[in-house]
Ligand binder design. Structure first.
Ligand code: ADP
Ligand code: MG
Length: 322
């Protein structure tokens, strides 16, 4: 931050420091030039980073606590997609002003989710500028067990956690000026990173990705990386009761297949893993649904019940800001 606001920057950093949780493996947290952490000798370090910009990644009327939650959630979702167990994070805040109450409320959401997953905030940066939040997360996997996009095999089942389309449904309602369903809006503002099941599917799944840009677009990344194609049954895509109540076909299918911002895990696994995946879903209280198959080829196709191909107006999530 520039010289005149150094005082405000220190106050903000002190506010963050006193509230941040610590872990035994953090030798040095917030307050020095850098943090020092103890990486377990028998683990690989997994690192991910994601940024949320106002007007691009969340609506202007998003509560600060929800921005805090989501900034960490989207990052933890990336670790989940790798089958990693989270440990630490850093936080870069760009703020229009040194607004202490805003930062305090932001931390409510950020630290609430962090506490749920024992993630320690170990450092960051605070600058003045348009509202933007960047988070880096660090986690562990057993050597060689990280879940990549590139492992899908022809014949694999394709699975999805949770339900699809809720966040995009809320966004569609908000943009149209209609009343916004509170449950859908909650799914937009407070996505659930699927860490519980992720840590345990590493031995079963061949490939995994988290759905941020829309199911078809993200599954296409898996197919491209794995050199395979995919067939998705539109009618198999899981929908929440709120989405069903708010959107008729064909709109609902479009939200589910291409809406984005779901932060569910899409993974592929051999047919022989079906029972084990069902048991894991039960043990971790994570809903999972089989939605299709990996096939030879290179494209993802979504099919109607009669076998005809469904063609989306756009194949990925277009952020509402631009
Ligand atoms: P430096 O100028 O050496 O980079 P800073 O004044 O930027 O130091 O940061 C001081 C300390 O506060 C560092 O430990 C840094 O990681 C931490 N810090 C700064 N901003 C944040 C933030 N938004 N969240 C968490 N820690 C922060
Ligand atoms: Mg700095």
């Amino acid at each position: 931050m520039s010289e005149p606001s150094r005082g405000a920057e220190f106050d903000l950093i002190e506010l963050i420091r006193v509230r941040a949780a610590v872990r035994d493996d953090v030798a040095l947290g917030i307050g020095d030039d850098a943090a020092i952490v103890q990486v377990p000798a028998d683990r690989q370090l997994v690192v991910a980073m994601d940024t949320l910009n106002r007007g691009v990644h969340f609506p202007d009327n998003t509560a600060p606590a929800d921005i805090g939650w989501k900034a960490l959630a989207v990052n933890l979702s990336d670790l989940a997609a790798m089958g990693a167990e989270p440990a630490w994070c850093t936080l870069s805040l760009s703020l229009p002003s040194g607004d202490m109450p805003w930062v305090d409320a932001f931390l409510d959401g950020f630290l609430e989710l962090g506490a749920q997953h024992r993630v320690a905030l170990i450092g960051g940066d605070t600058t003045r500028g348009p509202l933007s939040v960047s988070v880096t997360v660090h986690g562990f996997v057993e050597p060689g067990r990280g879940l990549r996009r590139s492992g899908a095999r022809v014949g694999d089942d394709i699975w999805i956690t949770g339900t699809l389309g809720d966040a995009a449904g809320a966004l569609a309602q908000w943009r149209s000026g209609a009343a916004v369903d509170a449950t859908l809006r909650r799914r937009l503002d407070r996505p659930t990173p699927r860490l519980a099941i992720a840590a345990r599917i590493a031995g079963l799944a061949h490939a995994c990705i988290d759905v941020s840009d829309g199911l078809l677009a993200d599954l296409q990344h898996v197919c491209t990386a794995s050199d395979v194609g995919a067939r998705i049954e539109l009618d198999a895509l899981p929908a929440s009761p709120d989405l069903v109540a708010a959107f008729e076909e064909p709109r609902r299918h479009a939200l589910q297949a291409t809406g984005g911002d779901d932060y569910e895990l899409c993974f592929t696994a051999p047919e022989s893993a079906r029972d084990s995946i069902g048991q894991l879903a039960h043990a971790t209280t994570t809903p999972v649904t089989r939605i299709g198959r990996v096939v030879a080829g290179e494209r993802v196709r979504a099919l109607h019940a009669d076998g005809s191909e469904w063609l989306p107006a756009n194949a990925g999530y277009v952020h509402f800001g631009g």
